[in-house]
Design a binder for this molecule. Structure first.
Ligand code: FES
Ligand SMILES: [Fe+2]
Length: 326
C-alpha cells in the first residue's frame, strides 16, 4: 500500500448501522476491508467491535464466524471473542485462564449519520458541523456501493460540476445547460467549500422545477474523502453526505447517506434509495472507466479547465497530505 501514515489516522465508514443490526439479529458479523486491512465487525451486548478479521489461532477468517450474546465465535476451533476483541474462551481447554495472546487487535468505533466509522491510526473524528436528523428532517442511508476505482476518483467525481448535463441528462429533469458558471473555492481547517447556482435541475426526469427556479448547490470537502453537498430545493434543503472508504489504491466503498427536509415529500425510503441508486449508477459507470483507477498526483497527464477549480483544489489538498495516488 502506498498510503502515508496520516491517511491511516482518519476515520472512515465501514458499514451501515442498519446492516450491522440485521446481521447481529441473524447471528452473523460483517466484513470490511479498509486501507488493505480485512476487518470483522460484530456486536456484543450493545457494544460494537471492529477488529482484525483473522483468528490468532490458525488464521481463519472471523467474518465467517457466528455471533451470540457471548460475542464472536471462530468457525474453526470455536475461540470466543468478547468486548474489544478480547479472547474469552478456548473450547478445547476451558480451564485455561490466560488468553491474552489470543486477543484480537480492535479499533476505535464511532457511530455517525447512520454509519459505523473506524480508525486504523490515531486521529480524532471530523468536525463536520452537520446536525442529526431532527423532527423536521429525514435521514436515508442507501446501501454502500463497491467501486472499482479509488476513493479519490469517486470523491472528485462527486464534486465535479460540469458532468451533470452529460452523465445525468436522462436522470435529472432540466439538466441540459452545458456552460458552467464561475465560482470560488474557500478553504477552511481540514478542507474547503464552494458553491454555484444554475438552472440544472435536481428533480427526477419528468418533474419540472418552478418557472425560472435557480438551483443553488453548496459543497464542503473534508480531507481526505468526504464531500457534503447541500442542494437548495424549491421547498427545502437536501444534503448528500458522500464518503468513500479506501479499500485499496484502486477500490473503494461508496457511502451515500442523504438528509433532507420532510417538506420535500420525497416518498418512502425505498423511493429515495431507488433514485439515489439511479444517480449513483450514472456516476459509477464513468468512475470505473477512468484510467488510471486512481488520481495520479505526481503527473500532469490530466488537463483541467475553469469548472475544475474544485477538483484542482482537491488534488492540491490530497498532495499536501502526502498522497501520491488518491
Ligand atoms: S483458527 Fe480460530 S479457533 Fe482455531
Ligand atoms: Fe454525478
Amino acid at each position: 500500500m502506498g498510503y502515508p501514515q496520516n491517511i491511516m489516522d482518519y476515520y472512515y465508514p465501514v458499514a451501515r448501522l442498519q446492516d450491522l443490526e440485521a446481521a447481529t439479529m441473524e447471528g452473523k458479523p460483517l466484513a470490511a476491508v479498509l486501507l488493505g486491512k480485512p476487518l470483522v465487525i460484530y456486536k456484543i451486548q450493545g457494544e460494537v467491535v471492529v477488529a482484525d478479521d483473522r483468528c490468532p489461532h490458525r488464521g481463519e477468517m472471523l467474518s465467517a464466524g457466528a455471533v451470540s450474546e457471548a460475542g464472536l465465535q471462530c468457525p474453526y476451533h470455536g475461540l470466543q471473542f468478547a468486548h474489544l476483541g478480547a479472547c474469552a474462551r478456548i473450547p478445547a481447554h476451558p480451564q485455561v485462564q490466560n488468553l491474552k495472546r489470543f486477543d484480537l487487535r480492535s479499533y476505535p468505533v464511532v457511530e455517525f449519520h447512520g454509519l459505523l466509522w473506524t480508525n486504523l491510526g490515531a486521529g480524532a473524528f471530523y468536525d463536520l458541523e452537520l446536525g442529526g436528523a431532527g423532527e423536521s428532517q429525514r435521514l436515508v442511508v442507501a446501501p454502500p456501493v463497491n467501486v472499482n476505482a479509488s476513493a479519490g476518483r469517486q470523491v472528485e467525481g462527486f464534486m465535479d460540476i460540469s458532468h451533470l448535463p452529460f452523465v445525468h441528462r436522462a436522470t435529472f429533469s432540466e439538466c441540459s445547460a452545458e456552460a458552467m458558471p464561475a465560482y470560488n473555492v474557500e478553504p477552511f481547517d481540514g478542507g474547503f467549500g464552494f458553491e454555484y447556482s444554475s438552472s440544472l435541475g435536481n428533480y427526477p426526469f419528468g418533474y419540472s422545477s418552478p418557472k425560472d427556479f435557480i438551483w443553488r448547490r453548496a459543497y464542503r470537502i473534508h480531507a481526505p474523502f468526504i464531500a457534503i453537498l447541500d442542494i437548495y430545493f424549491p421547498d427545502g434543503l437536501f444534503t448528500i453526505f458522500n464518503c468513500a472508504s479506501p479499500v485499496s489504491e484502486e477500490q473503494c466503498v461508496w457511502f451515500y447517506p442523504i438528509q433532507f427536509d420532510r417538506s420535500l415529500g420525497l416518498g418512502s425510503d425505498m423511493d429515495v434509495n431507488a433514485f439515489s441508486q439511479k444517480v449513483q449508477m450514472d456516476d459509477l459507470a464513468v468512475v470505473e472507466r477512468q484510467r488510471p483507477r486512481y488520481i495520479d498526483l505526481t503527473s500532469d497527464s490530466e488537463q483541467s479547465f475553469g469548472a475544475d477549480l474544485a477538483s484542482t483544489a482537491y488534488r492540491k489538498m490530497l498532495r499536501n497530505l502526502g498522497l501520491v495516488k488518491a
